[in-house]
Design a protein around this ligand. Structure first.
Ligand SMILES: [Zn+2]
Length: 81
């Protein structure tokens, strides 16, 4: 199974929470090694999660993931081959 960036973004919060299954985790790990965009996404999502946890606010701002995904899609279009 090969996964692309969109799969990684779909599962990124579950990945951080350790809720993805072993096979998917391995695929995401492999993808992250070669994809700068997804590594950056993982870093910023992780930082955000830490920040949010520190403030004891467990809900992400409304629309956050939609906005993140919209930005990523744009990034993908402009980053093209
Ligand atoms: Zn990627």
């Amino acid at each position: 199974m090969r996964i692309d960036c969109k799969h990684v973004w779909e599962h990124i919060s579950a990945y951080i929470d350790g809720e993805v299954d072993v096979g998917l985790r391995a695929e995401i790990d492999k993808h992250l090694e070669t994809c700068e965009i997804c590594s950056a996404v993982l870093d910023s999502t992780r930082n955000l999660v830490v920040l949010v946890a520190d403030d004891r606010v467990f809900e992400l701002p409304a629309g956050f993931s939609q906005r993140l995904h919209a930005r990523l899609e744009k990034e993908m279009e402009t980053a093209g081959p």
